[in-house]
Ligand binder design. Sequence first.
Ligand code: NAG
Ligand code: NAG
Length: 187
Amino acid sequence: MKYILTNLVSLAALSGVQGHAVMQSPVPRGTGPKQEELCGKLVTAVLERDLAGPIENAMNAVDSSYKCNAYLCRGYQYEDNVDNVHAVKAGDVLTFHIDLVAGHHPGYANVSVVDLASNTVIGELVSWDNWPDSTSGPPRNDTDFKVTIPNTLSTACDEGGKCAIQWYWWSISNSQTYESCLDFYVE
Ligand SMILES: *[C@@H]1O[C@H](CO)[C@@H](O)[C@H](O)[C@H]1NC(C)=O
Ligand SMILES: *[C@@H]1O[C@H](CO)[C@@H](O)[C@H](O)[C@H]1NC(C)=O
């Protein structure tokens, strides 16, 4: 326990030099008992203490109870989020807001549709070669953007839990990954 606490304290000290961002709207996937079961209590705790922080912080806390893939939706599980699944139709436009807490580390970002069972991208919705892009706007279109549901997902994403819209930011200079997921199905 002492080791764990020391680790958490040193992570807190580091956080000032890290980028920080998380999807704020729509409300993304969050944690719950299934994530604790699959990712382990410590990894889950590190992810929870800094919702906008990089996934790599939690990788430093991996122990024998880690059996999830934190790089898929930040380890958040569908079972913990069944009350937050968006029913959409092809052509629907969804509006997103990313809370950019700290972003002095440029990188790439994108928003994709991910097949959750295979962890493969089955739709690319929008991408940025340079994110965050403080020259965009106003209104900024890096942290505030819209995506259109493609008409190619009606079979692959016909039920909750099959697909998620994943926002992904890779910060180059400090090699850090930020993700948020939104569950949806095509009606
Ligand atoms: C999204 O960006 C990440 C980081 O740059 C990259 O690894 C991934 O391949 C990108 N996904 C798509 C669908 O372009
Ligand atoms: C953001 O706006 C700029 C300037 O209007 C434009 O060049 C760029 O393609 C836009 N990016 C996205 C992802 O909408």
